[in-house]
Design a protein around this ligand. Structure first.
Ligand code: TYD
Ligand code: MG
Length: 457
């Protein structure tokens, strides 16, 4: 028999004031016109729950839980598929964000054009006319396929078309152009963005349609932008790139169906994006053989180590406050490491400007590039160039200590594969992975690493 929980006290719903007796108003805030409401204390609630009949356990033994069969479709790009965790999952909801003009529509069209060979695709184009999309489609060298273009921005019209056509795949380009009629949220509002995305999400789940929404994100426009949708969707991808550079990086920010922080690398071309399969050699291309301040670091991007060149230029300042300018590494990290070098290794950087650049527009967020940055700064300051066959990785602490990083072996293997013969890495105490042909130079603190600068110069 279920024991009835009796209220232990009474509470004001407005301010939380508690009383042992019921009262028709709140003496504390006077804001409760209906009076105080009964509350049951946690202990008496638990007591009554525990006194209920036992019944059979409802939890499932892990082994008995059925596996979900995820059906995936390839985008036609190995780089794109990896970022998705192995292709598009049927019925999933994906947000492809990025700056205007970065190439989102091109990438989306290239992927669906591939999938249209065997799967029915509906492309709701709100930003371009069907003729413009057709022109791009032709430029991509595509023909035929089960690809349908809908020049519509009205959400109802899009949903109705999905019902009529029953596609497996729907692209909405872009979510910012979608409207919801006179009684919907006002155009351009965050409410509209959220409402329309919720309807499309429901559609994805119910009709088992894979939905890709394209969203413009400006770096400043965080608030009104599609970032408000991140928690709603299954997968968030961002396409990044610099207008002056043909490299386009596709990053996973969130993925319910695969690893996050995965990175896909593409190169722009007149006939669309091309994937860059050998990313490390792509980023190392055009490197000057010897240049002080240039260091190759190994950065783990998702599941893959990437070799990239980091450059520093340290020069006497003409400003009252020396400048710290960094492209590709966080300026805060640069300031910390410059201070560490100053205090722990006696390098005088406080009266000098520092400029840091990472080749190819890559942004290094991993602390594993600390040690490389430290050597790059010291190299530029002392005008010592490191031999081009040296790769460097390791995290640097405030005490100047060099800390271990994850995936040492795959970083070393990647370096060997690209013809590197020396690696400066954290001293680990454990056995190092055996990578033949690569001389390892383990270091415990930055001072030891700076010694190596001369030896490996
Ligand atoms: P677009 O895909 O329209 O960018 P977004 O949808 O993010 O605003 O691409 C912008 C322009 O760049 C467009 O005119 C096509 C061109 N472009 C290429 O010529 N080659 C490429 O590889 C890409 C990605 C774009
Ligand atoms: Mg576009």
């Amino acid at each position: 028999m279920k024991k009835k929980s009796v209220p232990d006290s009474y509470e004001c719903p407005a301010c939380g004031y508690r009383s042992a007796k019921w009262m028709g108003f709140c003496p504390s805030c006077q804001e409760a016109p209906e009076g105080l409401v009964p509350v049951v204390s946690a202990s008496s609630r638990l007591e009554s729950l525990l006194s209920e009949g036992d019944g059979t356990p409802r939890a499932l033994r892990m082994e008995d839980v059925g596996k979900v069969a995820v059906e995936r479709t390839s985008s036609g790009f190995r780089e794109f598929d990896r970022v998705l965790g192995g292709g598009f999952v049927r019925g999933s909801f994906i947000l492809l964000g990025g700056d205007p003009g970065v190439g989102k529509s091109t990438l989306a069209l290239q992927a669906v054009a591939h999938m249209a060979d065997g799967h029915k695709v509906l492309y709701a184009a709100g930003e371009e006319s069907p003729e413009q999309v057709r022109m791009r489609y032709d430029r991509l060298g595509r023909k035929g396929g089960d690809l349908f273009i809908l020049p519509e921005t009205d959400l109802e019209a899009i949903v109705r078309e999905v019902k009529r056509l029953s596609p497996e795949f729907l692209v909405v380009d872009s979510i910012q152009t979608v409207t919801m009629g006179a009684d919907g949220p006002s155009s351009g509002s965050v409410g509209l963005l959220r409402e329309s995305a919720s309807v499309l999400l429901e559609l994805a789940k119910r009709a088992s349609v894979t939905v890709l929404i394209v969203g413009h994100v400006t770096k400043e426009g965080v608030i009104a932008g599609p970032r408000v949708l991140e928690h709603l969707v299954d997968t968030v991808l961002y396409l990044e790139g610099d207008r002056s550079h043909p490299v386009r990086l596709l990053r996973t920010v969130k993925n319910r169906f695969g690893p996050t922080r995965e990175l896909g690398i593409f190169e722009m071309s007149p006939d669309g994006l091309r994937e860059v399969e050998n990313a490390s050699s792509f980023f190392l291309e055009g490197r000057k053989e010897r240049l002080s301040g240039s260091v190759v670091v190994s950065s783990l991007e998702g599941t893959r180590p990437l070799l990239v060149e980091l450059q520093s230029l340290v020069s006497p300042t003409t400003f009252p406050n020396p400048r710290r300018v960094a492209q590709g590494v966080p300026v805060s990290r640069l300031s910390i490491l410059a201070a560490v070098l100053e205090r722990r290794a006696g390098l005088s950087l406080s009266s000098r400007d520092i400029y840091v650049n990472v080749a190819g527009g890559v942004s290094l967020e991993e602390t594993a590039s600390d040690l490389g940055l430290v050597l790059s700064l010291a190299g530029s300051l002392k005008d010592i160039s490191l031999s081009p066959d040296v790769v460097v990785f390791g995290e640097v602490g405030l005490g100047g200590e060099v800390r271990r990083v994850q995936e040492m072996e795959s970083r070393l293997t990647e370096a060997r594969r690209h013809g590197f013969s020396h690696a400066v890495l954290p001293a680990s105490g454990k056995k190092y992975p055996d990578v033949s042909g690569l001389s390892l130079h383990p270091v415990r603190e930055v001072g030891e690493a700076l010694e190596l600068l001369k030896k490996l110069g």
